[in-house]
Design a protein around this ligand. Structure first.
Ligand SMILES: Cc1cc2nc3c(=O)[nH]c(=O)nc-3n(C[C@H](O)[C@H](O)[C@H](O)COP(=O)(O)OP(=O)(O)OC[C@H]3O[C@@H](n4cnc5c(N)ncnc54)[C@H](O)[C@@H]3O)c2cc1C
Ligand SMILES: *[C@@H]1O[C@H](CO)[C@@H](O)[C@H](O)[C@H]1NC(C)=O
Ligand SMILES: *[C@@H]1O[C@H](CO)[C@@H](O)[C@H](O)[C@H]1NC(C)=O
Ligand SMILES: *[C@@H]1O[C@H](CO)[C@@H](O)[C@H](O)[C@H]1NC(C)=O
Ligand SMILES: *[C@@H]1O[C@H](CO)[C@@H](O)[C@H](O)[C@H]1NC(C)=O
Ligand SMILES: *[C@@H]1O[C@H](CO)[C@@H](O)[C@H](O)[C@H]1NC(C)=O
Ligand SMILES: *[C@@H]1O[C@H](CO)[C@@H](O)[C@H](O)[C@H]1NC(C)=O
Ligand SMILES: *[C@@H]1O[C@H](CO)[C@@H](O)[C@H](O)[C@H]1NC(C)=O
Length: 513
């Protein structure tokens, strides 16, 4: 008996000791990884911060914040690193969240099926978990590539093609963030709607996003149709766009440069021969067209094709005259097609080929009620591509496209509007990474949309190269930034998560004025 007592006493003491040692260890357990440098996906952003962390649990996140406070360091986060702006750049602590990858499907009393994903879950893992659930489930809208992680797409306000789904953050029902106080805070519409609208697109300024809970739906099929029509003719009548949008769940209109180029014609370069690719999605009860095996084969072919396109164009960047012949050869033979897929396969309609690197600029502006500005601006893009070509410049060598989605209440989104009926046109310019004159070309169009429509850039694509963009954004986002800042300052009064110059510039200009 005595023995047992003393044993338990020893046991008790050792437990207490372990706890105190653990408390001491808490901070030391937030060990930085050995990597000295981090790069974004196209290698254009290359940083060597004081330390890089790869946490895999919530406790790790809490420890990293404690350590940062103790050492007076700032923190920025990265997920898959597909963002081309400097949002992850820091000289202090970089937290890479890709090892946070637990996931749970649940039935919610108000929202029906939901999925809670830790920050580092990739869209492909999310899709597969939902697809294999009983009953099978799906998100309603996602970005094209499925390699990116949930916190990365939410933080920057990324979006897919489904018109009424808005940005991906609009599918959130709640989110958990580790704030500067070293605590987990939950944000949701029920807890506080105005704070939730700030947190939904937060650019990493609220803290480390730990987990995200999305509303999901029973799996459904989408018919995806592509038709190719002479561009000038179709764009001449804005009603074509309005009509298509109103009869679809989502649309994406794409233009492949010089696709009608014909060397045997007396006038090889003539935009009147170019076609535009009109893609739309419509929900359907029809069965899917591909077996799993055929789908995998299709994805292999797509990845192979994208990589070949990338190789051919990138090896000719210094040989600009060759571009029209190359893009016409690669993209001129696309034909009409209509196929039924399960929702996630229709949403990620091109398989992600990670070794093909692109430059992206995307600008969003309000759609006129009659869609005339969308049609006119897309025609103007084509015209501008030809004007550059006449000067021997070929800045657009992959695709220009636009999608149309409804507005969101997320304050910092480029599609923010208090009126839920407003639609935004998102113009996207994609070239092979490092294409000469790409910045000159996209800057010209961005500036045009800024001046005409008070347009805003996609935070996760390139925008910092546009002259005076910081003062422009601090001005057009002034009201939203003031509302956002009230909430941000509540959770991070000492600006631990506020480390990059360009965001600081935008915010301080607004707040000082
Ligand atoms: C090939 C390609 C295709 C694309 N297609 C689309 C598209 O169809 N639609 C669209 O809207 N966008 C698209 N994008 C842009 C893309 O959605 C964004 O770059 C997105 O941020 C990428 O996710 P990520 O996991 O790589 O995020 P990262 O680039 O790693 O992170 C983006 C930023 O989010 C913040 N962040 C990330 N995780 C956390 C966290 N846990 N806590 C706090 N902050 C965090 C950080 O500030 C970070 O800098 C595309 C990009 C590429 C390269
Ligand atoms: C660290 O380096 C290893 C090995 O090179 C690599 O696999 C890993 O992705 C790197 N992690 C980060 C965060 O860069
Ligand atoms: C593709 O579809 C469009 C619209 O239906 C039609 O005008 C065009 O002729 C079709 N093209 C081919 C090659 O069938
Ligand atoms: C290219 O132009 C020539 C001469 O005008 C014409 O005969 C030929 O059909 C054209 N090729 C294509 C693919 O349109
Ligand atoms: C898709 O499937 C439907 C019905 O199963 C069939 O009628 C149609 O021809 C198929 N389409 C393609 C492109 O395979
Ligand atoms: C046009 O492109 C094709 C395929 O890339 C190539 O075989 C051909 O030689 C090119 N023609 C010219 C005149 O550049
Ligand atoms: C919601 O948050 C805002 C900003 O932090 C605050 O001013 C407001 O009082 C909160 N509302 C409620 C109902 O708690
Ligand atoms: C912000 O990012 C830019 C571009 O990558 C970089 O040059 C600059 O040093 C960064 N600023 C800070 C304070 O980290």
């Amino acid at each position: 008996m005595k023995h047992i007592l003393s044993y338990s006493l020893i046991l008790l003491i050792s437990i207490v000791a372990a706890v105190t040692i653990d408390k001491d260890l808490v901070i030391r357990s937030a060990k930085p990884i050995k990597n000295k440098t981090w790069e974004n996906w196209n290698g254009e952003i290359h940083i060597s911060p004081n330390a890089i962390f790869e946490p895999s649990t919530l406790e790790d996140l809490l420890d990293i914040v404690k350590l940062a406070k103790k050492n007076n360091k700032k923190i920025r986060c990265a997920a898959q690193g597909h963002t081309e702006s400097s949002l992850s750049v820091t000289e202090n602590y970089l937290v890479v969240v890709t090892n946070l990858n637990k996931i749970k499907v649940k039935k919610h009393p108000i929202y029906g099926w939901t999925v809670t994903a830790e920050a580092g879950i990739s869209l492909s893992d999310l899709d597969e978990t939902l697809r294999n659930h009983d009953p099978p489930l799906t998100l309603d809208s996602e970005i094209l590539y499925n390699t990116v992680r949930v916190s990365g797409v939410v933080a920057v306000g990324a979006h897919g093609d489904k018109t009424n789904s808005g940005i991906m953050s609009d599918q959130l029902c709640s989110m958990k963030i580790v704030t500067s106080f070293g605590e987990v805070c939950e944000f949701s519409e029920e807890i506080n709607k105005s704070e939730f609208n700030a947190a939904k697109v937060n650019l990493g300024l609220f803290g480390i996003i730990y987990s995200l809970t999305f509303r999901v739906q029973p799996m459904y099929n989408l018919r995806m149709t592509d038709i190719f029509i002479p561009a000038n003719e179709w764009l001449n009548n804005p009603y074509n766009i309005k009509n298509l949008l109103e009869s679809s769940d989502g649309i994406s209109i794409a233009y492949w440069p010089f696709n009608g180029f014909n060397l045997s014609d007396p006038n090889p370069l003539d935009s009147n021969r170019d076609r535009v690719g009109i893609k739309n999605w419509i929900r359907t009860d029809e069965p899917v067209n591909f077996t799993q095996q055929q789908l995998e084969q299709l994805h292999e072919t797509q990845k192979h094709d994208v990589f070949q396109q990338y190789k051919l164009i990138s090896s000719n960047l210094q040989n600009p005259d060759a571009i029209p012949n190359i893009t016409a050869t690669l993209f001129g033979s696309f034909g009409n097609a209509s196929t039924v897929f399960q929702a996630p396969d229709a949403i990620h309609f091109v398989a992600s080929e990670e070794s093909a690197k692109f430059d992206f600029v995307e600008i969003g502006f309000k759609v006129d009620p009659d869609f005339s500005n969308v049609a006119a601006e897309f025609s103007y893009v084509i015209q501008t591509i030809y004007e550059f070509a006449r000067k021997g410049k070929f800045p657009l060598n992959y695709v220009a496209d636009f999608r149309i989605i409804k507005s969101t209440e997320a304050l910092l989104s480029f599609t923010f509007n208090q009126d839920p009926e407003i639609l935004y046109c998102l113009m996207d310019f994609v070239s092979i990474s490092g294409t000469p004159y790409y910045e000159e070309f996209t800057q010209l169009l961005a500036q045009r949309y800024f001046d005409k429509y008070k347009a805003k850039p996609h935070w996760g694509k390139k925008w910092e190269f546009i002259p005076k963009v910081e003062s422009y954004l601090s001005d057009v986002l002034s009201n939203q930034i003031k509302q956002f800042e009230k909430v941000r300052a509540k959770y991070d009064p000492y600006k631990i998560f506020f480390d990059n110059k360009s965001l600081q510039d935008i915010f301080s200009r607004t707040l000082d004025s």
